[in-house]
Design a binder for this molecule. Structure first.
Ligand SMILES: Nc1ncnc2c1ncn2[C@@H]1O[C@H](COP(=O)(O)OP(=O)(O)O)[C@@H](O)[C@H]1O
Ligand SMILES: [Mg+2]
Length: 335
C-alpha cells in the first residue's frame, strides 16, 4: 500500500457498539510517525476498545483504520508484525522466569532460537531486569512486572506501540520509572499510542492529545493548544511564612470576586492555588495579597491542569477509580 501521509496510525469514523453501549461512536484519529499520541479519557470512554481494534483483536462495526499503512480488516497479519502492545493488565506468564517469558514471545514471533535468546538478553538488560532474569515473574514487584511487559512488547521491534493505561495502579515512584522507559523508547523512534486516565501522564509523555468521552472524541490537538483553549490560568502564590497560606486562602475566598473558583492549598509546597479567568481577576488577587501585608516569596501563573481541561470540555470530572489514583495527584487539599 502506498503511504500518502506520514501518519503511523490513521482512524476514520470508527464505530463499535455493544448492545446499547456505544464503546466507539465515530472516532477519528491520526498519529504522526515518531510521536506519542495520548488518548485521554475516564473509565469506559472506549480506550481499550480502540486499542483492541488497532491490534486486530476486535473488528469494528464501521469505519476504517490503518497502522503503518496496513488496514486492520484487510491486512491483519502484516499489521500484527509491526505493532507492540502492553495491555492494561499484565500479560506475562507469572510462573515463568522473566527470561523465559521474553524468549517464548520471541519464538512465537518466529525468531530463530539464537536471535530469540539474544533479544531476551538484550531487553532484560535494557529494562534493568538482568538480575531477576531467572526468577519467576510472580516474585517481581509491580514496577518490575510492568517493565517486563514493556520489554515483551518490544521484542518484535515494533514500529507502533500501544500502551493501554501503562501506569494505572502503580505507585508514584514506579510510575516515574515507567515514564522514563517510555521516553527512552520514543527516543529510539517508535510511534506510541498511549491511553491514560491521568492528566499528568499525558502531559509528561504525549505531544498531542485526543480526549475521549463515551466513545466520542471531544477534543484534540497539541497539549499546549488544548490547555490554552480552555482559557483559565492558575495563580500560584507562596508566602514566605507557610503558616500564612491558609489565612491567605480564606481572605481571597472572602473577596467574592465574581466567577472566581475557590482556592486550594498545596500543603506540601506551602503554596496557594487560585484559579483565575481574566487579567482583572489576577490584578484584584495580587492587590489583595499586597494590601494584607503578607510577604510573598514567589508568585507565578500556570496553564490549567489537564484535569481542569477535561472538566471544562466535558462538564464533569474524569472519574479515575479512587484506589488507582497516584498519590501525587492527591496532594492538593481543598480549603
Ligand atoms: N466485550 C464487551 N461487552 C460489552 N460491553 C463492553 C465490552 N467491552 C467494553 N464494553 C463497554 O464499552 C465501553 C468502553 O469500554 P472500554 O473500551 O473498555 O473503555 P476504557 O478502556 O476507556 O475504560 C464501556 O462502557 C464498557 O463497559
Ligand atoms: Mg481500558
Amino acid at each position: 500500500m502506498t503511504r500518502i501521509d506520514n501518519n503511523a496510525v490513521s482512524v476514520r469514523g470508527l464505530v463499535k457498539h455493544y448492545g446499547d453501549t456505544k464503546a466507539l461512536d465515530g472516532v477519528d484519529l491520526d498519529v504522526r510517525e515518531g510521536t506519542v499520541m495520548g488518548v485521554l479519557g475516564p473509565n469506559g470512554a472506549g480506550k481499550t476498545t480502540l486499542v483492541r481494534i488497532l491490534s486486530t483483536l476486535l473488528k469494528p462495526d464501521a469505519g476504517e483504520a490503518t497502522v503503518a499503512g496496513y488496514d486492520v480488516l484487510r491486512q491483519p497479519r502484516q499489521l500484527r508484525r509491526v505493532i507492540g502492545l502492553t495491555g492494561q493488565y499484565a500479560s506475562v506468564d507469572e510462573k515463568l522466569p522473566g527470561w523465559e517469558n521474553l524468549y517464548m514471545i520471541g519464538r512465537l514471533l518466529d525468531l530463530p532460537r539464537k536471535d530469540a535468546r539474544a533479544r531476551a538478553d538484550e531487553l532484560l538488560e535494557r529494562f534493568s531486569l538482568t538480575e531477576a532474569a531467572k526468577r519467576p515473574a510472580s516474585t517481581y514487584s509491580g514496577g518490575m512486572r510492568r517493565r517486563l511487559d514493556l520489554a515483551a512488547s518490544m521484542i518484535g521491534h515494533p514500529q507502533v506501540l500501544y500502551l493501554d493505561e501503562p501506569t494505572t495502579g502503580l505507585d508514584p515512584r514506579t510510575r516515574n520509572e515507567v515514564w522514563a522507559e517510555v521516553k527512552a523508547m520514543v527516543g529510539d523512534g517508535v510511534t506510541v499510542l498511549l491511553t491514560t486516565q491521568y492528566m499528568e501522564e499525558a502531559e509528561q509523555l504525549a505531544s498531542e492529545l485526543t480526549v475521549v468521552d463515551r466513545g466520542k472524541v471531544i477534543a484534540n490537538g497539541r497539549v499546549e493548544e488544548l490547555k490554552a483553549k480552555v482559557g483559565g490560568r492558575t495563580l500560584r502564590v507562596r508566602p514566605v511564612d507557610p503558616l500564612q497560606v491558609r489565612p491567605l486562602a480564606e481572605m481571597i475566598d472572602e473577596l467574592g470576586i465574581t466567577g472566581l473558583a475557590s482556592t486550594t492549598v498545596d500543603a506540601e509546597s506551602g503554596t496557594l492555588l487560585v484559579p483565575i479567568l481574566s487579567d482583572e481577576q489576577l490584578t484584584a488577587v495580587v492587590g489583595a495579597v499586597t494590601a494584607r501585608g503578607i510577604t510573598i516569596s514567589s508568585i507565578t501563573t500556570e496553564l490549567p491542569s489537564l484535569d481542569e481541561v477535561f472538566l471544562s470540555l466535558t462538564g464533569h470530572r474524569a472519574s479515575a477509580p479512587q484506589d488507582a489514583t497516584p498519590a501525587d495527584d492527591r496532594q492538593e487539599v481543598a480549603v
